[in-house]
Write a protein that binds this ligand. Structure first.
Ligand SMILES: [Zn+2]
Length: 195
């Protein structure tokens, strides 16, 4: 009898171990995938502001399929699928294709449209605009000011102070957390330092 219960305990432990190693492998794979995305991309930089003009073939080689589809083929990710849709950490959003700074987290708002939404870009030159009359709609397309990748559209139903809603595909966004000082400021409940 004792041997039998020992046997079952052993099986149970083995099953647990297998489960653990499975999840470890899974997260390791994700990290490797993220790193390789950047390693294969020679134009990615958070500091270089020089314009990038690559051929479609070259973009196809260096970008992951989902990023390529939105950025270079003007695709749209399915609504409510981006990890940045309901994400409100303090920091900066960059173009996932080239690393150009696009939006600050304090201009992000909950629009309910299913895509990450901002009311203002980080600077005038960070975004370029073009009329888009596809699908029988009259819209304004927004692209990255550095690499001209398609990001999304801008609509005139946003909150003050701009009244604009930059509706952006999360797959073409990278997020970097703010520096320590900004984090502390946020922890204090956003209270501004007294003069
Ligand atoms: Zn870009």
């Amino acid at each position: 009898m004792k041997t039998i219960s020992r046997y079952f305990i052993l099986i149970f432990a083995a099953a647990c171990l297998q489960q653990c190693s499975y999840s470890q492998n899974k997260s390791k794979l994700n990290i490797e995938k993220m790193d390789s995305t950047k390693k294969n991309n020679p134009v990615y930089s958070n500091t270089d502001t020089s314009k990038i003009a690559l051929s479609d073939e070259e973009w196809k080689k260096i970008l992951p399929g989902d990023v390529y589809n939105v950025a270079r083929q003007k695709g749209t990710e399915r609504p409510w699928t981006s990890k940045y849709e309901s994400f409100f950490d303090v920091g900066t959003y960059y173009c996932a294709v080239c690393g150009n700074a696009l939006f600050k987290s304090d201009t992000k708002f909950e629009s309910g449209c299913g895509w990450p939404s901002f009311y203002e870009p980080i600077s005038k030159s960070s975004i370029i605009y073009a009329p888009d009359n596809s699908y029988g709609m009259s819209r304004t397309e927004v692209m990255c000011g550095r690499c001209k990748s398609h990001l999304g559209h801008v609509f005139e139903d946003g909150p003050p102070p701009t009244g604009l809603r930059y509706c952006i595909n999360g797959v073409v966004l990278d997020f970097a957390k703010a520096k320590e000082a900004e984090k502390k400021y946020n922890e204090k409940g956003g209270e501004k330092p007294k003069n």
